[in-house]
Design a protein around this ligand. Structure first.
Ligand code: FCB
Length: 461
């Protein structure tokens, strides 16, 4: 599909440096990411069951403007056009998620069974990627739990972990031989903390005990799923996606340093140490979920890769001082802090024996609008360039980095912010569903063209 209109000259001058391109080529995976609830639409259609986000959105006051994923980007109908956009952008990979209630409407809580129409949708989607030379990277859980499972306790009950493992095995058997990777969870921190402690996300609970138990059951479900997938002979690389931040203490004051370490332990170590070390970090003792003997060994299944989502850093000031924010903030109010990405990766690399790492999300919200057919999102180009530079630094320092997925392909339903925040490389007009590639899309396209040309001249595959 031809994508017309070249980049403005000022933008073109900001292409990735030779150093970054050399560091992140030629076998590096370049992709874009989305998630099911945020783009698919087709809610209540094609046999799809209700999800906790449908219920949450229908609850007054939970989501800005009363928005919901009912139509979203209408991706269930427009996916061929969306895959064309990924291909035309020069990307080689697409990270998407499977809506559990679309393939198993009641999540196994009742007798609904598997929904052939939903399964058929993902079959076609994956085949559509392969036809376009796009490597499919699937995520099983990007927060849309079947409501029927929530009705019997959701992630606070242990049984849900087994239901998840059954679902994982089914999807692995159906799609595994066509996938480039399969992740169990996206950002279990968000499900546990935002879903069960702050109540900002579905299911909207505010209960510390439920939060702790949820985080344990999410990790357990990951371990059970990996076991089931491997026992079923699913051979694609298996992993998990965690959201992570570096932590900066506001000063050398021991109180600030301690606070930074505590926040880092709660966000990062609480999830990665069970997975890699088979134990919770003693520093995050506040959580103390109920466990059974053998759980930690189950959780610590070998990982073929780790997905890292990075957006911003943790700022820790015991005095409540604000972060200096030298690079500014995004439309979410999140500080732009590119060197946090390399700091984080280098710390992980020195603290653990990491599996290969992919950056599975990185990007920014920006108040974009279409102006004479173009979307001049220069701030996003800067954001991407600076984070890719930080990534190259980490790779040069020895981190085994295999890929980068920009969040997101499309503007989409940004959870409790509704459609008010735009993260896409491609603008979506929600009234008409017209897609307009932004300047950041064209910038990535130019970079990837150059990477490919260089690969061609060096003869690398
Ligand atoms: C991440 C989520 C993703 C999107 C971005 C902005 O936490 O995984 O769905 O909302 O933030």
């Amino acid at each position: 599909m031809p994508i017309a209109s070249p980049l403005a000259e000022t933008t073109a001058q900001r292409l990735l440096s030779d150093r970054v391109r050399a560091c992140l080529g030629p076998d590096f995976v370049w992709g874009v990411a989305t998630s099911s609830y945020q783009i698919e639409g087709g809610v209540g259609q094609g046999g799809r069951g209700e999800s906790i986000w449908d219920r949450f959105c229908a609850t007054p006051g939970k989501v800005r403007n009363g928005d919901s994923g009912r139509i979203a980007c209408d991706h269930v109908n427009r996916w061929p056009e969306d895959l064309d956009l990924i291909q035309a952008g020069g990307f080689g990979a697409y990270r998407f998620s499977i809506a559990w209630p679309r393939v198993q409407p009641d999540g196994g809580a009742g007798s609904a069974g598997w929904n052939s129409e939903g399964l058929g949708f993902y079959d076609r989607l994956v085949d559509g990627m392969l036809e376009r030379g796009l490597a499919p990277h699937a995520t099983l859980y990007h927060w849309d739990l079947p409501q029927a499972l929530q009705d019997v306790g959701g992630w606070t009950v242990r049984e849900t972990a087994q239901r998840f493992a059954d679902y994982a095995e089914q999807m692995g058997r159906r799609l595994g031989d066509r996938l480039a990777s399969l992740s169990t969870h996206n950002e279990p921190w968000c499900t546990a903390i935002l879903g069960h402690l702050t109540g900002q996300f579905a299911p909207g609970w505010t209960d510390e005990g439920a939060m702790a138990q949820t985080s344990h059951h999410l990790l357990l479900s990951h371990g059970l799923a990996l076991q089931a997938l491997r026992a079923a002979g699913v051979s694609c690389p298996l992993g998990i996606v965690l959201n992570m931040s570096s932590a900066s203490a506001a000063s050398d004051d021991p109180a600030d340093v301690r606070l930074a370490e505590r926040e880092y332990a709660r966000m990062v170590r609480w999830f990665i140490e069970p997975l890699l070390l088979g134990r919770y970090p003693p520093e995050a003792e506040w959580l103390a979920p109920m466990q059974r003997e053998g759980d930690m060994a189950l959780i610590a299944q070998p990982l073929d890769f780790l997905g890292v989502n990075y957006y911003t850093r943790i700022w820790a000031s015991s005095q409540g001082l604000p972060a200096p924010r030298p690079h500014g903030v995004t439309d979410m109010g999140w500080e732009i802090y590119p060197s946090g990405l390399s700091e984080l990766l280098l710390r992980l690399h020195s603290d653990y024996r990491l599996p290969p790492v992919m950056i599975t999300e990185n990007g920014m919200a920006n108040p974009d609008s279409v102006q004479a057919g173009r979307v001049p999102d220069l701030a996003r180009i800067d954001y991407l360039r600076q984070h890719l530079e930080a990534l190259a630094d980490a790779k040069a320092a020895g981190v085994d980095l295999r890929g980068y997925f920009a969040w997101s392909l499309l503007d989409n339903f940004e959870w409790d912010s509704g459609y008010g925040k735009r993260f896409g490389l491609v603008h979506v007009d929600y009234a008409t569903q017209v897609r307009t590639p932004k300047d950041s899309y064209r910038w990535m396209q130019q970079n990837l063209k150059q990477v490919k040309q260089e690969v061609g001249t060096t003869g690398a595959s």
